[in-house]
Design a protein. Structure first.
Length: 265
């Protein structure tokens, strides 16, 4: 028997470049209607809406607090389309997917919760559509490009021919991505290739909305996350005790801090 609650059937949203994006509206199952304040939840690299937000208790806590939760499987992930061409992946494309989801659901404004890759997308979405994202919870986000050391050539050779990956960091990503059932490794490698060298969080140009940053105490990006929070005019920071980059989303302290921040007057 699964310990993860059932998720609603995905609703397909068509992206502006013709990809089917899987989205989930958790409000109806919780007895909330479309007038409830909405949180858009966007997961991290090699994860999914179900794994990042439903299985970790975030959906439960947010709906108990009265929020309608709409979650997105980002392109290349979950039940969404998984193109294998790097040209399909850029920060502009991922932010465009957020806008397309809001437009399809006819959501004028909402809060945003993102982790890792989803947090980076949220940073840029907050800059592009500031009138539509009222406040944000961004977990596991540093400045700069965390994938500069990822060897796309080695990862692609592994996908195409099974050639062993020699670079330890690249192998770590491959192992992590391959360990999640249902992941499409070719799509995830294409995503890394498409996003490397693109738009990155810039402390000199931060969002102006209230933003809660959260990072695990055992995460190597901790100092850079704190620096982003300090550079954000309405930024706050919470350190998640005894957590690293991969297990921070399940931390009760992270959920409680996020819900308190989103419900604050």
């Amino acid at each position: 028997m699964s310990l993860v609650p059932d998720s609603p059937a995905p609703r397909s949203v068509m992206s502006r470049d013709g990809l089917a994006l899987a989205t989930y509206d958790f409000g109806e199952a919780a007895g909330l209607d479309e007038t409830a304040a909405t949180v858009l939840a966007v997961h991290g690299f090699a994860s999914s809406a179900r794994a990042n937000w439903l299985a970790t208790g975030w959906v439960r806590e947010l709906t108990r607090a009265g929020f309608r939760v709409v979650a997105l499987d980002q392109r290349g992930h979950g039940a969404s389309a998984r193109p294998h061409e790097s040209a399909s992946y850029s920060m502009q494309a991922l932010v465009g997917d957020v806008v397309d989801v809001l437009d399809t659901y006819m959501i004028d404004d909402c809060a945003y919760v993102g982790y890792s890759l989803g947090a980076r997308v949220g940073w840029h979405a907050a800059l592009e559509i500031p009138e539509r994202l009222t406040r944000l919870v961004l977990g596991g986000i540093p400045d700069g490009d965390p994938l500069t050391r990822f060897r796309v050539d080695e990862a692609q050779a592994f996908v195409d021919q099974g050639t062993p990956v020699e670079d330890p960091l690249t192998q770590g990503y491959i192992t992590m991505a391959s360990g999640v059932a249902g992941n499409d490794l070719a799509a995830l490698v294409a995503l890394v290739g498409g996003m490397r060298g693109g738009l990155q969080p810039d402390p000199a140009d931060p969002p102006r909305q209230p933003v809660l940053f959260a990072t695990g105490s055992d995460d190597g990006i901790l100092a850079k996350s704190k620096a982003l929070a300090a550079a954000t005019p309405l930024g706050e920071f919470v350190e998640i005790p005894r957590r690293n980059h991969f297990n921070a989303p399940v931390a009760r302290e992270f959920r409680e801090a996020g819900v308190e921040f989103l419900t604050r007057d």
